[in-house]
Design a protein around this ligand. Sequence first.
Ligand code: ZN
Length: 468
Amino acid sequence: MKSIRFLGAAGTVTGSKHLLTSDGVRLLVDCGLFQGAKLWRERNWQQLPIPIESIQDIVLTHAHLDHTGYLPRLVRDGFRGPVYCTAATAELCAILLPDSGRLQEEDAAFHARHPGTSSHQPAVPLYTEQDAQQALALMRTLALEQSLALGPQARLTLHPAGHILGSCFADFLLGTGGDQRRILFTGDIGRLDHGNTQALAAGPARVDAVDYLVMESTYGNRRHPDVDIAPQLAQKLRTALERGGVVVIPAFAVERTEKLLFLLKHLLEAGQIPRVPVHIDSPMAIQAMEVFIAHAQDLDADTRGLIARYGSPHQWPELHFDSTPEQSKALIAAAGPFIVLSSSGMATGGRVLHHLARRLPDPRNLIVFVGYQSPGTLGELIRDGHNPVYIHHAPIAVQAEVAAFEQFSDHADDEELLRWLGAFTHPPRATFLVHGDPDAAQALQQRIATTLGWKVEVAAWLQEVPLT
Ligand SMILES: [Zn+2]
């Protein structure tokens, strides 16, 4: 019997983990970390409801931690099988996963020094940098559109998803003859319309027919504003920098940072913002930038044009990579005006917390959010006007100006998702919506059911669905 069981990213946008079972096949599609509110993060500490040794293979759709960040834990708990992904995903994971392990170790050390601040006693890391290195050793790269046999009755093919560099759809052909079924997991789907968002990855592949579809729904109830972001962003930046402010941009080190850098460079060269230093306070950013430049052929035409025009960001005189802890501390003490990009993008951890704690209380400063802010994250609280907010258990007054630009999203919006589905020549037997907050997933379900007339349901956590 074939089935899918949703072990994560059901009812939320994090923790992507889907178990696909068929004759002689048992594999996980994505192995993500739950992030955001405590309710979700606690699930990282719960035993998976299946024996880990029974999982034969793992397929990763892309490098974001909500799709890969649980892999080191699974390896620590005994997983030894191959992990299939694209080469760019493997290279980005080699940056992200060890860093995630280091952060887990630092968090555990912090909680050990401050008894009572952790719900786990003793305070131990979910996994370590060493566990992450072991996970990386299991990775096997697969080229896009190259089919791979996962046993006699299963084939895997990866198609471009257009979400971030290296992102793909995982397309499975299970069984033989009349029992053969095609099952497609989208992972995260990139934008169909790049407009002025300076998206980096080229768009998602068209798909025309599958038997079962497991699809993301992050922006299932929202439309990306159809306006050029550059003038608004430039005006906000100019005003803040001219009053001597520091601009803090919480941005994920992979993709979002690279995208923003090219836009900032463009605004600087066009004279639309003052020529101030731009700092990237992230130990991972230099490495991530190198992966991007190395895979420039996979980027969209606009981005290739920007690289041709402005060269590698490593050569830009106004750009500073602050990768050592000392450089980071100096930046936190420094006076404006300047711009700093630092992760994490939802302000759930990382160096950006120190920048926010320092800059939020000063009304000259500007905080700019450029990505999705999951409910319960510090990023969401600041964006929605909470005051004070708590950083490292201390109350911080929010006096700085706050702006949010969702146009930077790497996810298709509701209209784009519907348009992507519009290429199907037959409806799937069933479509399951994952990776969305409940409102977004339900809204998309209604849209698909009424517009296309498809059988579509919102996946529930731990639910198992038979594939007939
Ligand atoms: Zn993603």
